[in-house]
Design a protein around this ligand. Sequence first.
Ligand code: AMP
Length: 542
Amino acid sequence: MLGSMMDRPLLVSSLIEHAARNHGEREIVSRSVEGPIHRYSYAALARRAKQLAHALDRHLGIAPGDRVATLAWNGYRHLELYYGVSGMGAVLHTMNPRLFPDQLAYILNHAADTCLFLDLTFVPLAEALAPSLDTVKAYVIMTDAAHMPATTLPGALCYETLLAGQPDTRPWPPLDERTASSMCYTSGTTGHPKGVVYQNRSTVLHAYAACSVDALAISCRDSILPVVPMFHVNAWGIPYAAAMTGAKLVLPGPKLDGASLHELMEAERVTMSAGVPTVWLGVLGHMRESGERFSTLERVVCGGSAVPRAMIEAFEVDHGVHMLHAWGMTEMSPLGTVCAFKPGMAELPAAERFAIQEKQGRAVCGVELKITDDAGRALAHDGKTFGNLWARGPWVCQAYYKDEGGEAFDDGWFNTGDVATIDAQGYMQVVDRAKDLIKSGGEWISSIEIENLAVGHPAVREACVVAVKHPKWDERPLLLVVPAAGRTIDKPQMLAYLAGRVPNWWLPDEVLVVPELPHTGTGKLIKSQLRAQYRDYILPTA
Ligand code: AMP
């Protein structure tokens, strides 16, 4: 027997319509690429998204299903593309400008994008890419006529000129809820990036989950500053979750340094922010140097890489800000787990609380997780046994675009490539990326765990552990450290700090102090590059 409820499709357009109807006056504040702070409301966003949709189909010939690419920071025009493109049934392809140019050309051609919208910052980049692009027919620079640059981009159009005079009314089409709404490519460190295509349905379900109290607890009373870029997994879904609740959105544009972020947080009374650990490193550094305080910030969502305990502690102890550790992936829209407390945990002594917060957290309802050994057998959820982490759920992808990379999918589950433990209370902790684990004498060493301890040393800014070949032990850990500004660190100091904090046989065989480490476009360490570079390093113990 079927139920008799209305079969209304879950559509991205319904989010902006809801926000315009119920929170029409709520603000969206952006630091523009041109410089000034721009502010308007959800009602204005909804109108401009409709103007954009008219421009897309009337002027640019965009049809449902066409891919529209962006190279843009977090800002209001990018948000208009989020709603205008997906609302009309086309597919928003947000591109990470920090990828290598040949990767960008590859993904633009692979997605067969017909149109590229770009911020002023990225004009030189797009000019360099243009000759290699097979399918892009129009370039739209996201600025007004007064700021249009001289450019070699063929037939470059001005965003504001395009929108001017377009009607700001238009019914959004009643799409099939499985219609693609947006797509992102994984920032593959090996091989070509792979495409993940989100649906209207998965995006709306993900937004409901993100807002829920034991996830990001987003409400209309929040003022949210997503530092996580709108080109990286839809800024973790915050642009949709904010519209769903009517939360104020504060978009930082290109200025992502600690001082600029703090200034914007204070000016706009930000209650919640979200970003990768590297961003918070910058913010905490600024706070330490300037002695400034947060007057409204309550919580910070951090993920993308493991959050070191020192960072959880610094936010809590020095600033009274709660660190919400989360884990996810491009393939998962991205939310998989959030480390919200169960009853009684908030009252635990600080050290025990921080130990819980170091875990990536519990699956948000909708996501199922399991850990298995290499033969696919399920492993115990005892917080100690670690294995390959698999996920499934309505916002987890079931195949890559054009069915590439099929080996990651098996029997309705997605192999995340992470190795993790799950404890009896359901808290998952990432031990490592499967390919980053170090196998020493048949036993595994977690590179993440050593790295997170190493950055707890006040003289260390960043740390990376990679496996190096060893004649006796097969592999041994090599630790690379970047010193904090104005500080020095050496091998004996580092090893003395780690001794007693990790099992003795985990202590790195070598510690090298380096000026910097390579990062992917999303701020993660490019360990594959470092592994290749140091694979044959002759260790003093070899
Ligand atoms: P991406 O698709 O670029 O967002 O990368 C996803 C990968 O980032 C995951 O598979 C993890 O390896 C890593 N990751 C994301 N969040 C965390 C976290 N909180 N702790 C450790 N690793 C994380």
